[in-house]
Design a protein around this ligand. Structure first.
Ligand code: 5GP
Ligand code: ZN
Length: 134
């Protein structure tokens, strides 16, 4: 399969690994938002978050939590963002599901997304629609 992350897992492409177990690999992002930016991926290829089997998702998120503190300490970060881009519209460029752990620093000037406002009754309609679809 022509997947960059599968090639990293197979050792066909180099990576700066920070963690590995039977089912999961974590390595430094080649183009970090901040230094210490880590990607956590399952070794088995799934295109996106929605395709992940729940048992593997649980293992992944536990690893994400385990790595977060050491990542912050290693680069002296004050916080971190946990990001998962799902689908092209959300900015997903590599279609092998991955969590980003992005170290954040006080005053690093990475501004969060702007907020929108709801019109009257829109909140209630959208909330009801989501509830119905679950
Ligand atoms: P996405 O936009 O799909 O959520 O994020 C993909 C991430 O993978 C990007 O942050 C990008 O810098 C990183 N990336 C792309 N190719 C490589 C690579 O070959 N090696 C590493 N370590 N990271 C990569
Ligand atoms: Zn892959």
């Amino acid at each position: 399969m022509d997947c960059i992350f599968c090639k990293i897992i197979e050792g066909e492409l180099p990576s700066a690994k920070v963690y590995e177990d039977k089912r999961i690999l974590a390595f430094l992002d080649i183009n970090p938002v901040n230094k210490g930016h880590v990607l956590v991926i399952p070794k088995e290829h799934y295109n996106n978050f929605l395709e992940l089997p729940p048992d593997l998702l649980k293992e992944l998120i536990v690893v994400v939590q385990k790595l977060s503190q050491p990542i912050m300490e290693a680069v002296g970060a004050d916080g971190f963002n946990l990001v998962l881009n799902n689908g092209q519209a959300a900015g997903q460029l590599v279609h092998h599901v991955h969590f980003h752990i992005i170290p954040r620093f006080n005053n690093d000037n990475l501004h969060p997304w702007p907020g929108k406002t709801y019109q009257e009754n829109e909140k209630e309609r959208i909330a009801a629609s989501i509830k119905e679809l679950i």
